[in-house]
Write a protein that binds this ligand. Structure first.
Ligand SMILES: Nc1ncnc2c1ncn2[C@@H]1O[C@H](COP(=O)(O)OP(=O)(O)O)[C@@H](O)[C@H]1O
Ligand SMILES: [Mg+2]
Length: 161
C-alpha cells in the first residue's frame, strides 16, 4: 500500500503525513508528527500506545472532532483535513458512528427519541424515522417494553436538546 501517493484505492480512510501541534503560550506540543496509514472497508484497527503518545488526538481527528495542523485526511474520497466546523459536522452525521465508553444519551429523552434525534438532524420525516427507530431499538427493548420504539411526539432539535 502506498498511502502517500494515493495508490491504495480501497482505503476508506487515508491519513497522510498528519501532524497536530497544540500551542500553549510559548510552548508547542507536537502530539502527532507525520502519521500516515490507511484503513480499508471492513478492516478493524486498534490504536495503542503509552499515555500521552497521541491516541486521543488521532481519534479526535479521525472522528472529525478536530483538524490536523498539517497533512491530509481522506475520508470516503474527500479531504476533510481543513473543513470548517459545519462541514465536519455534516461528515460526522453521514459518515461516522461513535461507540463511546459511556453512553452519552440525552437523559431527558426516551431511548427511541435518542435514536431518532440524529435522523431528524438528517432531515428525515416522521414517517421515515419511526420504522428506522423501531428497527434499531428492537434488540435493546426491555421485556416490559419500557423503551418504547415509537417516538411520539417526535423530538425537535429546536425545542429539545
Ligand atoms: N488540548 C490540548 N492542549 C494541549 N496539549 C494537549 C491537548 N490534548 C493533548 N495534548 C498533549 O498532546 C499529547 C498527546 O495527548 P493525547 O492525544 O491525549 O495522548 P493519549 O490519548 O495517547 O494519552 C500529550 O503530550 C498531551 O499532553
Ligand atoms: Mg487518551
Amino acid at each position: 500500500m502506498d498511502i502517500r501517493s494515493g495508490q491504495d484505492g480501497d482505503a476508506v480512510i487515508r491519513i497522510v503525513d498528519v501532524a497536530k501541534r497544540y500551542v500553549i503560550g510559548q510552548n508547542v506540543v507536537n502530539a502527532l508528527d507525520g502519521v500516515s496509514f490507511g484503513v480499508r472497508a471492513g478492516e478493524f484497527l486498534a490504536i495503542m500506545g503509552s499515555s500521552g503518545s497521541g491516541k486521543s488526538t488521532m481519534l479526535n481527528i479521525l472522528g472529525c472532532l478536530d483538524r490536523p495542523s498539517e497533512g491530509e485526511y481522506w475520508l470516503g474520497g474527500v479531504n476533510v483535513a481543513h473543513m470548517d466546523d459545519d462541514a465536519l459536522s455534516d461528515h460526522r452525521l453521514y459518515n461516522l458512528g461513535f461507540v463511546f465508553q459511556s453512553f452519552h444519551l440525552i437523559p431527558q429523552l426516551t431511548v427511541a427519541e435518542n435514536i431518532a434525534l440524529p435522523l431528524f438532524y438528517r432531515g428525515l420525516e416522521d414517517d421515515q424515522v419511526a420504522p428506522r427507530v423501531q428497527e434499531l431499538a428492537s434488540p435493546t427493548n426491555s421485556p416490559a417494553g419500557s423503551a418504547s420504539a415509537s417516538p411520539s411526539p417526535a423530538p425537535s432539535p429546536t425545542t429539545r436538546p
